[in-house]
Each structure stands twice: as C-alpha cells, then as structure tokens.
Write a protein that binds this ligand. Structure first.
Ligand SMILES: Cc1cc2nc3c(=O)[nH]c(=O)nc-3n(C[C@H](O)[C@H](O)[C@H](O)COP(=O)(O)OP(=O)(O)OC[C@H]3O[C@@H](n4cnc5c(N)ncnc54)[C@H](O)[C@@H]3O)c2cc1C
Length: 689
C-alpha cells in the first residue's frame, strides 16, 4: 500500500497522475501481452540483475516431504551416529559386500524397522525407506530391495497364506536372507524364454528343479554369491502326462528353493553357486550364478497364488491360459519398478544438489577489472543445470503420484488400476532412469575437474545408477509396453470402450488435436499464453496424439507385408518416441496439479516458475516437430526460446532455495565441493593439507 503524504507537491501530483494513467492503461492492454514487453529484462546481463522470487525453503520443503520423513530421518540419524557403517571412497569388492550386509543387518536389527511389513501394507513407507538407504549407499538400497521387494515381495505376492505364515517374519528380520532368481544366461528381458524346469514327482510329492543347459544357469542373482539362504526360482512347471511327450508345460511359476545350509552356510546338494565378479558399479551387492541339478523341494514350495498342483498331480488355476497366468505373475512384481523410478529421482536430487551448490560457489572469469563471477551465471551452465533442476521437481511429483496409485492398486486390486500401474510404472521407470543416467554425466562435467574426484561422488553415483536402466526391465523393452498399451487404448476408443484414467486425455485430444492446428493460436506469443498450463499441456498432448495416430496407420500398412512382428520392428523408434511423449504428458500433468494444489503462495509461485521452465524447455527441445506442422508459427517459436532462457535465469536466482528444499542431509550430498559454507576447506583437508 502506498502511504499518502500530508501536502503533496506539484511534482508528486504529476507522478501520481502518471502512475494512474499507467494502471488504467494496464487494464485496457489486451492480454496476453507480447513477449517483447519483457525484453528489457531478457536483455540484461544475467550477473547484473537480481530479479528474484521470495521462496520460503522450509514451507516448500514441507510440501515436498511427504508423510514418511520421520522414518527417513531415523535412518539418516542411525548412519550418522555410526561412522564405521559409512561407505569409504576406496573399498574392495569383498569389503564392500560385507559392509553392505552389516549396514542392512544393523539397520534392521537395531532400529526395529520392518520393511517387508510395509511392502505389503504401506508401500509408500517402504519406498521412503529405500530412498533413504539408497542415499547412504546405492548398493545398500539395492541390497535391501533384493531382500524385501524381490525375494520378500515374490513370497508375499505370489504365495498364499501358508507361505506368508512360514516366511514373512523371518524374511523381515533377516533371519532368511534370500534372492530372486529369474534371469538366465540366455534370457533376461524375454522371461517366457527361460529354460529352468520344475518337474512334479507325484510319488514323493515334490518338485525337482533342473538347469537343463548352460544357457539356463541363473545369472546376475543379487544376494546369491555370498549371503542368500533361499531363492524364489522362476522355472517352467512341468507335469507328468501319459502321452508320448511324457510332460506338459504349464508355464513360468516361482518356487522357494533353499540354497545354503543354515549352520554351515555351505551350498546344499545339487546347487552350484558362482560369483558374477567385479561389476562396473554396485559392488556392495553380491551377484551370483546358480545351477540346479535334481534339487528336490516339497510341493508346498510352489508359490501358488495363480496356479497350483494337487497331491495327485492335477493343475488348478483360476486363470485359463499360460499367458494370463504369466501376466498376473509379472503384474505382481511391478513394485520393484515403481521403487526404482522413485530411487532414481533420489539420485538425481543428490547429483543436481552437488552440481548446483558447486556452481554457485565456483567463480571463473568475469567482466574486465571486476570480480570473477559464479559459474552458474554463465548462460551455458544455466542451460545445463536449470532445466535439469526443473525436471527433478517434475519427476518428484510424477513418482509421488505413481506411488499413490500403486498403493491404491494394492489396496483395492481394481483391475483397471492394475493395467494402468503396469504401463505407467514401466514408462516412468524407463524415462526417469534414462534421464538420470544422462544427467549424472552432465553434473560431473558441470563441476569441471573437481567433479572427477571420487570423493565428490559423481563416479559412484554414475556407476551405481547406470544399471537402473537395465534391471527391473530394460528401458527399451519397457517403453514398448507403454506404446503397446497406448495402441490398445487407441483401438478400444474406436470401438467405443472406456479409457483408463491416465489415458483419458486421448479421448478429447484425438478429436481436437488431430484436426489442423489452429492458425490463430499458433501465432499467440504472449508470455501469459506461453505460461498458461493449458497451452503447455495441449502442446504435449497434441504431439502424443499425432504420434499415436501415425504409429497406428504405419503399423497397419506394414503389417500387410511384414506381419505383426516385422511391422512393429519397422516402426520401433517411432513407438519409443510415442511412449516417451506420453510419459512426458503425464509428468507435466502431475506437475501442474502439484503446483495448483500447493497451499503456500510463495512456494506455489516458485513451483509455477519451475513447472513453466520444465514445460517450455521440453517444447523447445522438440520445436522441429511443432514447426513441421505449423502448430507453432516462427515468431512463436522464437518467443518460446526467449522465454525459456528468461525462466532459466529466474530459476537460477532461486536455485539455492530449490535444492535446499530437497532437504537432503549434508552427509547425503557428502561432496566437499558442495559444502558452500566451508568452501574448499574440507576438500583440501581430504587431500592432506
Ligand atoms: C547388477 C545386476 C543385478 C541384477 N539382479 C538381478 C536379480 O537379482 N535377479 C534377476 O532375476 N535378474 C537380475 N538382473 C538381471 C536383469 O534383470 C537383466 O539383465 C535385465 O532384465 C535385462 O536382461 P538382459 O541382460 O538379458 O538383456 P537383453 O534382454 O539381452 O537386452 C540386451 C539389449 O537388447 C535390447 N533388446 C532386448 N529385447 C529387445 C526388444 N524386444 N526390442 C528392442 N530391443 C531389445 C535391449 O534394449 C538391450 O539394449 C541383474 C542384472 C544386473 C546387471
């Protein structure tokens, strides 16, 4: 509010009048305003202007935090208080494996945390635990994931009451450390191609597990090389028949197989275990290879939720076909994927925090005869890091949403949700982990030579995270599941079926977006228009709709000559782009919702800025696609570019607050170059000064 003076002078009067005229003129200025209104700001040297939003870090942080922060803090405190359990920079494979085991064992036994209980009852809490332990050491996060999500999760989700009663408590307390043995030397992505067999013997009421050839050796099995006592082994269930074949293949099922003796820890008879050796990263996890030779297990060890064998050797299942049973079995395992996407965002938060804090601290060059400037004031550095920071926020809200619908699915078993979570978890896991993997290199490079010192963490983060792109489903394979699902929905739309919630936008978009782009809106270039969530979301969805429609047309055309498989392969890159485009639409939609739902005005303004940067940067990256069909006129494209630059700069001005709001404890970012207050002191000490 302006405070009025007692006796205004003539000069004051003139100022007041001119201000009034200005205000009135604002009312009659047509909105959206053209971008060049802002040119003065855009033209300024970044280091010379300090246009800055006020952000209350604590409030933003509270909004981001979620309800399991206490649990995460308990984990951080546990490790903070035990320096002997922190992973040193230099450590051998064997020491790292032992340390990782002690970290997990100590955490479970001393804090009373029981992750398996949460896997089943409160998945979001379980994922908060894995995020926190992954921040301590990614190997520990994965080791814990193998024990609870893979081994424990397979027993709880594929087994029935008898299995839960017998195993759950002992898995939770780590009395029964175990593995998840699905992948074989010759088959990873193609799980239906695995060759290990479990043949029922009606005389002894047992299954015999066999590895028929070297290609069927279970490979890469986490926890197998050193610590595992059990494994859930995936094998083809064979039933004896009286025909010429002698057996009938009922498809892939999971079986609980004891691996090692309880007291001596020796491999049990018929089980051969080898070490997969030193890896590119994750050396705290003991991956091993398993061969089975006539290993006998009781019939009860079949995890029989989706298919069972009676005492007299009859197969029973509520699901009629091998394919349906296989889909149901794998469908129960999507939790691992959800968790991996979520943990990957945790890694991205750590890396971007280190790189941004360092870039604020580090100064190189500057205007003549003036102090050097922060490297984050270089446009190029902003372009490397600010859209990445915006994307980290976008991923945060997208994975939180995925956790929400996953938890809902576990609670309700709603069939539509099952399908939706399956495709969405595949897409988000693939998209997020690929992005994080690339960003880790960008962060390292953004920190120059110091980024290469192991103590600054990028090396381990990059090496440990890299495999996130492959395990729990190779990203290229997962994206195809998203594309296949989109095409299925597209087909159903034309047959009048219902679309799942996440896909709902396609209903309208197919009709509106596939008509010719609107020649009027394609020329709108005002800031308000470009920052309007409707414009941004429309642009994302328009791209997805076009890709979907053209993919369907191309597939139909090619399948006439190449068959279904050949046509799919001919269009594969197109289909991957389609899947990514759809996932980007979902991510933006969830970000926009998160901005709108934020209760604190200053945090909402900051999030809106970050969300706009995310959206416009993506649109600008794909500007060729939009220009090709005149969805965006040439001047509008320029305006998008300018505004993206401008937003990037504005985000730079609140970058410190934005990374602080991730609320990562210092020992998690643990890179001396990120310790702003002590500058390089800790770093120089570390090398002996
Ligand atoms: C460190 C580590 C830990 C692991 N832990 C476990 C574990 O505990 N338990 C377990 O069971 N497994 C585990 N795995 C195995 C992991 O799940 C598999 O490696 C993964 O599923 C990929 O299978 P693959 O290695 O056979 O790759 P492949 O399927 O052979 O893929 C190789 C390449 O071919 C491409 N490709 C394959 N199929 C297609 C297609 N249809 N279209 C286009 N491209 C295609 C892929 O994109 C990829 O680039 C682990 C692996 C590692 C490295």
């Amino acid at each position: 509010m302006e405070r009025k003076k007692q006796n205004p002078t003539a000069e004051d009067e003139t100022q007041i009048i001119s201000r009034r005229i200005q205000r009135i003129s604002l009312h009659i200025t047509p909105i959206p305003r053209p971008l060049h209104d802002h040119d003065n700001n855009l033209g300024l040297l970044p280091c010379a202007t300090r246009e800055k939003l006020e952000v209350e870090t604590e409030k933003l942080s509270v909004y981001m935090r979620g309800k399991y922060r206490d649990m995460q803090e308990k984990i951080y405190e546990y490790f903070n208080a035990r320096p002997e359990l922190q992973t040193p920079v230099e450590i051998s494979k064997d020491e790292h494996r032992e340390l990782c085991w002690r970290q997990m064992y100590g955490l479970i036994r001393e804090t009373g945390i029981r992750p398996l209980k949460y896997v089943v009852e409160e998945p979001a809490k379980y994922f908060a635990i894995t995020e926190a332990v992954g921040a301590v050491d990614i190997s520990l996060g994965i080791k814990l994931g193998v024990q609870y999500s893979l081994w424990g999760g397979s027993v709880m989700n594929l087994g029935t009451k008898k299995h839960k009663d017998k195993y759950s408590e002992k898995i939770d307390s780590l009395e029964y450390p175990g593995c998840f043995a699905m992948t074989e030397l010759h088959h990873g992505s193609n799980v239906q191609g695995i060759q290990t067999v479990a043949t029922f013997d009606p005389i002894t009421d047992e299954f015999t597990i066999n590895t028929p050839n070297d290609g069927a050796i279970k490979w890469w099995i986490g926890n197998a090389a050193v610590h595992g006592k059990f494994a859930s082994v995936f094998a083809k269930l064979m039933l004896p028949t009286h025909d010429a074949k002698g057996v009938s293949d009922m498809g892939v099922h999971a079986f609980i197989v004891p691996l090692r003796h309880f007291k001596t820890h020796q491999a049990l008879p018929g089980i051969e275990i080898h070490d997969c050796g030193h890896k590119v990263g994750l050396n705290g996890v003991d991956n091993g290879a398993l061969r089975f030779t006539s290993v006998r297990i009781p019939r009860d060890n079949l995890l029989n939720r989706f298919g069972d064998v009676t005492r007299d050797g009859k197969y029973t299942s509520s699901l009629p076909t091998i394919n349906k049973r296989f889909a149901a079995t794998l469908g129960e395992l999507v939790g691992g994927r959800v968790g991996l996407g979520y943990s990957s965002v945790g890694v991205l938060k750590i890396a971007s925090t280190i790189a941004i804090r360092y870039s604020l601290l580090r100064q190189q060059f500057g205007p003549p005869k003036q102090p050097e400037i922060s490297i984050l004031d270089y446009q190029s550095q902003q372009h490397k890091l600010m859209p990445m920071l915006a994307t980290t926020y976008a991923f945060h809200f997208a994975t939180v949403n995925l956790l929400k619908i996953y938890s809902q699915m576990k609670r309700t078993h709603d069939e539509q949700l099952v399908g939706e979570v399956h495709a969405l978890s595949a897409g988000i896991k693939a998209y997020v982990t690929s992005y994080t993997a690339k960003s880790l290199s960008v962060c390292r490079e953004a920190c120059g030579g110091h980024g290469y010192a192991a103590v600054n963490r990028f090396g381990t983060l990059r090496n440990d995270h890299d495999i996130f792109q492959t395990f729990e489903g190779d990203n290229t394979v997962l994206l195809q599941q998203v594309a296949a699902d989109l095409l299925k929905q597209y087909k159903e739309k034309f047959q009048g079926g219902t679309l799942s919630v996440t896909w709902n936008y396609l209903r309208e978009s197919m009709n509106t977006y596939l008509s010719q782009p609107n020649p009027v809106t394609s020329r709108w270039e005002g800031v308000e228009h470009l920052r309007d969530p409707k414009f941004q979301l429309d642009a994302f969805r328009y791209r997805t709709s076009r890709l979907l429609q053209s993919a369907a047309v191309r597939l139909r055309k090619h399948s006439k000559t190449l068959g279904g498989f050949g046509a799919w392969n001919r269009c594969l890159n197109h289909l991957l782009t389609l899947a990514e485009s759809h996932i980007e639409s979902v991510i933006l939609e969830k970000f926009i919702e998160a901005v709108e739902n934020c209760p604190d005005a200053s945090s909402r303004a900051a999030l809106k800025l970050v969300c706009d940067l995310y959206a416009l940067h993506r649109i600008w990256n794909d500007i060729g696609t939009y220009r090709n069909v005149d969805y965006v006129a040439p001047n509008k494209a320029k305006a998008i570019h300018k505004l993206t630059d401008h937003l990037s700069f504005q985000v730079r001005n609140i970058a410190k607050e934005l990374v602080d709001a991730f609320d990562l404890p210092d020992h998690v970012t643990r890179a001396p170059i990120a310790m702003q207050s002590e500058a390089y002191a800790q770093y120089t000490q570390q090398v002996g000064f």
